[in-house]
Design a protein around this ligand. Structure first.
Ligand code: NAD
Length: 253
């Protein structure tokens, strides 16, 4: 197992990609804190079936009180924090719709930034003291391929989402430079378009076609989960400040 004994926090673990990431990290031997505003029962049960120790927590990542409690309770339970997967985000599942410039609701704009961008930053601030104290740690932030290439499709016109996810690349770069001296590496993963809204994650054989991707299909959660697991291993510890695209060759960087 790649992650035997590692302690990793996964935000946004209740549904979608976060659930698949958590299950994969569990299968690789990690101990997990699962953080979400939504019900974590199903993810918890899947991870426990993989043999993992799990701490499910109700956490709104846009609240500093919540993120500080998330880190503190993780440390109290497991004695260390090796990794943070900053995956929680506001997506179409939360009513985030494509809107043209004049139709963007500024309340929604603020909420998207509060969760996607501020939430990512607050997660880092919460785990940093523990990682610094133990002299190691890995933080993976989640951006999006949509920050690199805006399609003309009507559902791609989504300035608030693209802007919030572009900011994550900047946070990774700046924080990686600051925290590297404490042996903490910080990485961005930018998933391409990945089908994540089915109750059971699709397999690669079930993926939808995507003519604009080199591999001619959309992503499925397992396309990303192994990359996430790798990034929390020692083999990936010299990757920092970078953005890794996992998109079947759709946007290229
Ligand atoms: P999703 O909407 O299915 O899952 C997002 C998760 O975040 C949910 O469990 C939700 O409850 C949680 N969440 C929302 N607000 C929260 C808050 N304030 N505090 C804590 N948790 C909160 O989305 P997904 O498709 O699984 O995407 C996961 C991440 O990957 C998101 O950051 C998304 O932007 C990013 N992403 C997804 C795709 C894709 O095609 N699916 C592509 C690029 C990037």
């Amino acid at each position: 197992m790649l992650l035997e004994g590692r302690v990793i926090i996964v935000t946004g673990a209740a549904l979608g990609l976060g659930r698949t990431y958590a299950r994969r990290l569990a299968s690789e031997g990690a101990k997990l804190t699962l953080a979400d505003v939504a019900d974590l029962a199903k993810t918890t049960s899947l991870c426990e079936t993989e043999g993992a120790e799990v701490l499910p927590l109700r956490v709104d990542v846009s609240s500093e009180e919540d993120t500080l409690a998330m880190a503190r309770q993780t440390h109290e339970r497991f004695g260390r924090i090796d990794g943070l997967l900053n995956n929680a985000g506001i997506t179409t599942r939360h009513g985030l719709e494509a809107k043209s410039l004049m139709d963007v609701d500024m309340g929604m704009w603020d909420r998207v930034f509060a969760v996607n961008t501020r939430g990512t930053f607050l997660g880092i601030r919460a785990v940093y003291p523990y990682m610094r104290e133990q002299g190691s740690g890995t933080i993976v932030n989640v951006s999006s391929g949509s920050t690199l290439r805006i399609s003309r499709a009507p559902d791609a016109i989504n300035a608030q989402y693209v802007a919030s996810k572009s900011a994550i690349t900047g946070i990774t770069r700046a924080v990686a430079r600051e925290l590297g001296q404490y042996n903490i590496n910080v990485v961005t993963v930018a998933p391409g378009s990945t089908t994540s809204d089915t109750e059971e994650a699709l397999s690669a054989d079930e993926a939808y076609p995507e003519p604009e991707a080199s591999l001619l299909r959309r992503g499925v959660p397992d396309d990303l989960a192994g990359v996430m697991a790798f990034l929390f291993t020692d083999d990936a510890r010299f990757i920092s400040g970078q953005m890794i695209l996992v998109n079947g060759g759709r946007e290229v960087w």
